[in-house]
Write a protein that binds this ligand. Structure first.
Ligand code: ADE
Length: 207
């Protein structure tokens, strides 16, 4: 698998570019809905740039069956006060597009005046093309956003090494991750990698 790492600095720059696209299009949303969790940080940054303080979130995820991701989207049952509002839905990446498509349909049930969608990246396989995006991956790759770094470290390494990871030093954990992904991540702190071990591995390894 190919990995692309986005640093915090790059993520902020990409989000500023997204805001610029929005501005150029003259769409002026007065509410932002972040798809949780991927869209939370881009949505917060956008809300600052475009001066919108009505920021809501809706949790959505693809439903996995027997280890395989299906196309079925599970969306949080939540009431959002966006009737007659101009809404911008924000996520980090559109993959198949099933999630964004389902969230747009849900958001429309609240009778907003208008709905548009904005993401940082789309993939070559995306069947749903959002109104605004900044990056298009030309080939299939997994994007490691800085807000998913511990999740990616532990899910990848757990697949490869299982509970042996619990006995590794923090330096070795980071080295193993860099060998697996070929990305050198300067934002990783050994302290947080070690802290996250408790939250990711212990529930899996010690029940
Ligand atoms: N699909 C869902 N999340 C993704 C990510 N972070 N990178 C690439 N494809 C994805």
């Amino acid at each position: 698998m190919k990995y692309v790492y986005i640093s915090w600095g790059e993520a902020i720059k990409l989000t500023f570019e997204l805001a610029e696209k929005l501005l150029m299009s003259k769409y002026l949303p007065n509410s932002i809905v972040a798809i949780s969790r991927g869209g939370l940080i881009p949505a917060r940054i956008l809300s600052d740039v475009i001066n919108v303080d009505e920021v809501y979130s809706i949790k959505a995820s693809l439903w996995g069956v027997a280890g395989k991701i299906s196309d079925k989207v599970i969306i949080q049952e939540v009431e959002l006060p966006i009737k007659s509002k101009k809404v911008l839905i924000v996520d980090d990446v559109v993959d198949s597009g099933s999630t964004l498509d389902a969230v747009v349909r849900r958001i429309k049930t609240f009778n907003p005046e208008e709905v548009k969608t904005a993401v940082l990246h789309i993939k070559p396989t995306s069947k749903y093309i959002p109104d605004y995006y900044v990056g298009r991956l030309e080939s299939w790759a997994w994007i490691i956003y800085p807000w998913t770094i511990h999740e990616v470290i532990y899910s990848l390494m757990y697949k490869e090494y299982g509970c042996k990871l619990l006995d590794m030093s923090d330096e070795d954990l980071v080295k193993v991750f860099q060998e697996l992904t070929n990305v050198v991540v300067s934002d990783i702190s050994l302290t947080t990698v070690n802290l996250a071990k408790e939250y990711y591995l212990k529930p899996l390894c010690r029940g």
